[in-house]
Design a protein around this ligand. Sequence first.
Ligand code: NAP
Length: 253
Amino acid sequence: MTRADHILLLAGTFEARQLAKQLADRFTGVRVMASFAGIVKDLPDLGVPTRVGGFGGIAGLSDFLRSEDVTLVIDATHPFAAQMSRNASEACRTLRLPLIRLERPAWTALPDDDWILFDSMRDAAQALPAHARAFLAVGRKEIGQFTWREDICCLARMIEAPQQPLPAGWDLILRRPPQSSSEEADLLRKHGITHVVTKNSGGERSYAKIEAARSLKLPVLMIDRPQLPEAETAPDLTGVLKKAQELMDRKKF
Ligand code: NAP
């Protein structure tokens, strides 16, 4: 690789934080730039140059990739950040740039789990029975899919507050998910939760609520991942680094 080589890391996940450092350590002499959507205010310092905010769709991203001489894009966004992943896929396809997508494996139900699977938030919202007291582990953009249900009462947890206030009687917790299943179980018990609603994000960092639901024998309304375009994928950091190394070796730098 030459000094001009430039990796764009699409961030917004815990893995992206780790990747930024590992890419910079491993590929010395290569520029690594991280990109955040800028929705969350307390952005972590990834230790590499960082830009914040949308690119402006596929066209804006393509302009950015060209003007910054990006030679490799690593998509380490959340599995539900489908728009960004689709844009990255299309821009890289058009510009013939290599793209590696970090795709952490989805959760799968264990024998003691009571899961009901849904393709969309809206379907999950419709399926909640009247008078349910649901724990909604969904984001600020998604909570509006549930607030029309005047016959249920919910506890919602997210990182940034939603734009619209929640219905009267609903509770809101603004924080990242804890990693202790007993802490999650205490929360579900304290709020008298009857159903847990979650995206199938995969990974360990937000799995505690699934374990808690299992221990309390609560049904989980599990929302399936959005479909993404075909891409070179890796399930973890090691896989991404290996594929990035292979790409760079092929260029014989
Ligand atoms: P999204 O729906 O796929 O993206 C919406 C728009 O936000 C994109 O079209 C892009 O705007 C901009 N964007 C998203 N990620 C970006 C990035 N890394 N750098 C620059 N611009 C970005 O994504 P989302 O679901 O709103 O998620 C936003 C961010 O939060 C992502 O980075 C994601 O990794 C993180 N996150 C999402 C979830 C989730 O459940 N969705 C959970 C945890 C973290 P332009 O079209 O203008 O380029």
